[in-house]
Design a protein around this ligand. Structure first.
Ligand code: ZN
Length: 550
């Protein structure tokens, strides 16, 4: 049985380019020149993951070290999936900055620079990472009669005769799966909240028999927990060949009940918002589930896929479409990680690129809301193409994630506009949301063409430019939002993307991405200003028992 996935969301993120020349001021100062490897590493700035542990019970505190151990196992598996032999790679690298950078990227490819190899002699990153034999073509895969090849939880290999075989994860990663299962069972014993206990037990079982979807249902029913643990094979972005194989990751999360209550009310608006989408009836025929949950968390540990390159700041799970249809989904806003990106990246970007009189509109509240509505927007639109031939995801193939992320961004801000005008968003002004959204585009295009989010933001930048949603001051290089035209552009782009999805328009997508899914010379020059100002592209975490004071 083939599981159909919608796109979970790695939220906003980003990247920059590695060839940032020293600025004139740096050349004039006596600072030691940074090596190329040090410059690459400087794209990331460090942030300590902590939270108020007094919200946890003693037993919950005892669970955290167990969960960290499981997270470490997911980290090892992700290394294997993304690259292969971690220890062999790291021990072959002598430059300390390169070694640190390889750890951030889970391999020798710069995730913020189109997966460009930064270690000599490693060759290009295989599109299918290490999920498939590197010499396997798409045609060979598609022609192979092989049970389990389309399953999200198998890897493909060759047998001794060179024939393709599919190996279930629980066999491929047997040692880690057995340990993870045992540790989760141990954590479940400590759990006092019945929902969390049931979920940890179900997840423990899933590591024995791939019943991840079943345990996702249990996760959906868990509502009163403070401690949460997202763990296992989850997102499919790492599989650049088919976008199907699930990569391993883990997040340890502590619910922020105060901010969560602020968010609760928005999930109820989904059906109404779906009806209000700026597109013909047929493109919005599905009614979204109404029992979706929206909560804010402090994240205290990242591992594997979500910790590679740019960091996720919001999650929309589970991915299985069958659950979306029957139960909706859960949207997790990672508040402390968002605050880190806002303070360390978005504000400095705005100071460089946004017109001075509009900078007052860059607010954390708007950033948090835009990110939150991005997550909510994944639940809008339709999942299957109008011709009845299958899912949007299958129709749009390797561009499915780019278009879905683009959809979430634009429908998110479209919804903000709608709700704001209805008076349902009490904080801030529409100008805050729009200018913060614009600054967010610069933040996200820095993730580069290797990232679905990066590409989606490039498409949006040029769409907005053509519609006059912003202007660029030729003299100062500052960008200024035109609020009226921005509003029109938001509706127009929402319609365009919803129709691409509904029509399953692969050819149109290929053409659009080829024309506008890249960074032109003008935009590049402006992004270079960010690099010259040493504004980091993303964050890395200081995390673990010590960071938490456990
Ligand atoms: Zn997303």
């Amino acid at each position: 049985m083939q599981k159909l996935y919608t796109l979970g969301c790695l939220a906003l993120i980003l990247l920059l380019f590695s060839c940032n020349k020293p600025t004139e001021t740096q050349e004039e100062s006596n600072e030691p020149t940074m090596s190329e490897s040090e410059k690459r590493l400087a794209k990331y700035t460090s942030f300590k993951l902590t939270t108020d542990l007094s919200k946890l019970t003693e037993k919950e505190k005892q669970m955290i070290p167990l969960l960290i151990e499981v997270a470490g196992l997911m980290d090892n598996i992700f290394w294997e999936q993304a690259y292969g032999d971690k220890d062999a790679l790291l021990s072959s690298i002598s430059d300390e900055a390169d070694k640190a950078f390889a750890k951030i990227n889970y391999g020798p490819y710069d995730r913020l620079d189109g997966n460009k190899p930064f270690i000599e002699g490693v060759g290009d990153k295989p599109a299918g990472a290490n999920f498939y034999p590197t010499d396997m073509t798409k045609e060979e895969f598609e022609g192979a009669e092989l049970e389990g090849k389309d399953d999200d939880y198998t890897i493909l290999r060759r047998d001794s005769a060179g024939k393709l075989i599919a190996i279930p994860y629980y066999e491929a990663y047997k040692e880690e799966y057995e340990k993870a299962s045992a540790l989760l069972a141990q954590a479940a014993e400590l759990a006092e909240e019945p929902g969390l206990k049931a979920y940890l037990e179900a997840r423990s079982q899933a590591f024995k028999d791939n019943s991840f979807v079943k345990s996702d249902y249990v996760w959906m029913d868990m509502k009163d927990n403070t401690l949460d643990f997202v763990v296992g094979p989850i997102e499919t972005y790492e599989d650049g060949l088919f976008g199907r194989k699930a990569a391993h990751e883990a997040y340890i999360l502590i619910k922020d009940k105060e901010w969560s209550s602020r968010l609760e009310k928005y999930a109820a608006f989904l059906p109404e918002l779906q009806k209000g989408l700026p597109v013909e009836e047929k493109y919005k025929a599905t009614l979204p589930g109404t029992n979706s949950q929206l909560n804010a968390y402090d994240v205290v540990y990242y591992a594997g896929d979500c910790n590679a390159g740019s960091k996720t700041i919001a999650i929309n799970l589970p991915n299985a479409e069958e659950i979306h249809e029957s139960k909706g989904s859960r949207r997790l806003q990672l508040k402390n990680a968002m605050q880190a990106k806002f303070d360390k990246i978005l504000l400095p970007i705005a100071d460089e690129l946004i017109a001075e009189e509009q900078r007052k509109h860059i607010t954390f509240n708007a950033f948090f809301s835009n990110t939150m509505f991005h997550e909510v927007a994944h639940g809008l639109g339709i999942k299957n193409t109008l011709d009845g031939k299958g899912t949007v995801r299958d129709a749009l193939k390797e561009y499915a994630s780019t278009i879905e992320e683009g959809k979430a961004d634009i429908l998110g801000i479209y919804m903000v506009t709608q709700l704001f005008e209805k008076g349902e968003i009490p904080q801030g002004t529409l100008e805050d949301f729009y200018v913060t959204f614009m600054a967010g585009i610069f933040r996200s295009v820095r993730f580069g063409v290797a990232s679905s989010h990066g590409k989606a933001n490039m498409l949006r930048f040029y769409f907005f430019q053509e519609m006059g949603a912003f202007t660029r001051d030729a003299e100062t290089g500052a960008y200024r939002v035109n609020f009226e035209k921005m509003k029109e552009a938001i509706a127009a782009l929402s319609a365009k993307i919803l129709m691409i999805q509904g029509d399953g328009d692969y050819d149109g997508t290929v053409k659009w991405v080829a024309e506008q899914g890249k960074i032109g010379a003008d935009l590049q020059a402006d992004l270079d200003r960010l690099n010259d100002a040493n504004i980091p592209v993303d964050i890395i975490f200081e995390q673990g028992k010590e960071a938490l004071g456990l």
